[in-house]
Design a binder for this molecule. Structure first.
Ligand SMILES: [Zn+2]
Length: 100
């Protein structure tokens, strides 16, 4: 199985979401709140299941998107949180199919 990689990562401020176009032609959309609440960092997820309450924020916006190596993205959210590393694999799992 070949791994998908993004061809385009777009901060769609108008609709409050990130849009990723993958190299297989598919697209996924990531509303800011969903993205923030899916943060995979240890502070949001804990080191063991049930260790911490998962985040449940609403109304955040995205201030910056940074690439981490060639395998992931890091998002700077307006609530000051930016420690989550979102790998391509993880992003494929959490996104919503993009209706073109
Ligand atoms: Zn986090």
């Amino acid at each position: 199985m070949t791994k998908k990689t993004p061809e385009e990562v777009r901060n769609d401020r108008e609709n409050g979401r990130v849009v990723i176009k993958w190299d297989d032609g598919s697209g996924r959309s990531y509303p800011y709140d969903d993205l923030r609440n899916a943060c995979p960092c240890a502070g949001c997820r804990g080191h063991a299941p049930g260790e911490v309450e998962p985040p449940n924020v609403s109304g955040v916006t995205l201030t910056q998107i940074a690439e981490v190596g060639t395998y992931a993205l890091r998002f700077d959210f307006s609530d000051g949180h930016n420690t989550g590393i979102y790998t391509w694999t993880y992003l494929e799992e959490i996104g919503q199919p993009l209706i073109a």
